[in-house]
Design a protein around this ligand. Structure first.
Ligand code: NAP
Ligand code: ZN
Length: 340
């Protein structure tokens, strides 16, 4: 390898924000680590709607070079001054939430809510690249022979699901209904709800959700009738679809039921009928990402394959535009990765 190549890297960047997004693979300087930072040579990167929202303009944030990608797994290539417990050659998974460690939320262990925080791929250059430079407190070291494809999905998909399940207090014998059950997060909501002993109902076009923890599958189209015919009520509903589907799902909740959102796939606004909200003492819970401790837990679970992603396709970095656009391909049925 030439010296020139060593000091540069390939990255997929957006020049302008447009929908559908267009990424261009260009050469950038090798991101050498500063104080308290590590440079990770990426191996697998998870593709998520947030990458699409940032590069298409739905979210206004922009990383320095326009590199998206909040989920990744790789090998530590370089460590900066003051880095402790992480060495060159370590296999690591990336915690995507930048956090200061000093605000009241960080003190209480809510790094995902840090007032000075933000997400990798949004406020810092992300993972659609050969290398990434990040704070060393944003990586967790992986022991043993875990699968890189699995560890690449820890930071957004698995973590968001684990945190949401915890916030909702899912417990044994709860009836849990999951919208978007085949989605990046949904496939882990199924698994974590099942592991907690809940009875799990998924809404999806795909029958494979039964292999990932669904006891029963509904389809979106005949949902009202199916639920009414079965006279079902749910203790917890996860609904990342947004739009009116979100507000309407309140009607499926039992008394003291919890409706959880972590996104608005269809739309960011929704009409809520207030009467059932107070009459049945329902709760609406917002959830975002997860804490660093929860991240350690999901990394361990993925390493031991206690939970796992269903992977649909793995693209090359040169195909990053197609990887991103494939998120909304009607044929898509599982997680999309980029192999760097
Ligand atoms: N706050 C956070 O920390 C956080 C983290 C991750 C994601 N998110 C947000 O949460 C949302 C879901 O993320 P994700 O990565 O799980 O999404 P995803 O993988 O793209 O898809 C979710 C699933 O929703 C279903 N779906 C999609 N469009 C639909 C529609 N119009 N009507 C009915 N069902 C539809 C599909 O399931 P079927 O094909 O099986 O029906 C799809 O697989 C996104 O808005 C994302 O930005 C937020
Ligand atoms: Zn903070």
């Amino acid at each position: 390898m030439s010296i020139l190549l060593y000091f540069s890297m390939k990255a997929a960047v957006y020049r302008v924000k447009r929908d559908p997004p267009e990424l261009e693979v260009i050469e950038l300087d090798y991101p050498a680590p500063g104080k308290g930072e590590v440079t990770v040579k990426l191996e697998y990167v998870g593709v998520n709607p947030i990458d699409y929202w940032i590069s298409s303009g739905r979210y206004p944030i922009k990383s320095p070079n326009g590199i998206v990608g909040s989920e990744g797994y790789g090998i530590v290539d370089n460590v900066g001054e003051g880095v402790e417990g992480i060495s060159v050659g370590d296999k690591v998974s990336i915690y995507p939430w930048i956090y200061c460690g000093n605000c009241r939320y960080c003190y209480e262990g809510w790094e995902n809510l840090c007032v000075k925080g933000g997400i990798i791929g949004g406020v810092l250059d992300g993972c659609y690249a050969e290398y990434i430079r990040i704070p060393y407190k944003n990586v967790v070291k992986i022991e043993g022979d875990a699968r890189g494809e699995y560890l690449a999905v820890a930071g957004v998909s698995a973590l968001t699901a684990y945190h949401a399940v915890k916030l909702a207090g899912v417990s044994k014998d709860d009836n849990v209904l999951i919208f978007g059950a085949s989605g990046n997060v949904g496939m882990f909501l199924l698994q974590y709800s099942k592991l907690l002993g809940a009875k799990v109902y998924g809404v999806s076009r795909w029958d494979w959700i039964r292999d990932y923890g669904a006891d029963h599958r509904y389809t979106f189209e005949n949902l009202d009738n199916s639920i009414a015919e079965a006279d079902m009520e749910f203790d917890v509903i996860f609904n990342p679809l947004g739009g009116d589907v979100f507000g309407e799902s309140l009607k499926y909740l039992s008394r003291h039921g919890r409706l959880v959102t972590f996104g608005g796939l269809k739309s960011m606004s929704s009409r809520i009928d207030i009467a059932p909200l107070y009459r049945r003492e329902l709760r609406i819970i917002g959830s975002t990402g997860g804490t660093f401790n929860e991240f350690r837990k999901v990394v361990e679970d993925l390493s031991k394959e206690i939970v796992k992603p269903k992977i649909w396709r793995i693209f090359k970095l040169e195909e990053a535009t197609y990887a991103l656009r494939s998120l909304f391909d009607p044929e898509r049925n599982g997680k999309i990765l980029i192999r760097i």
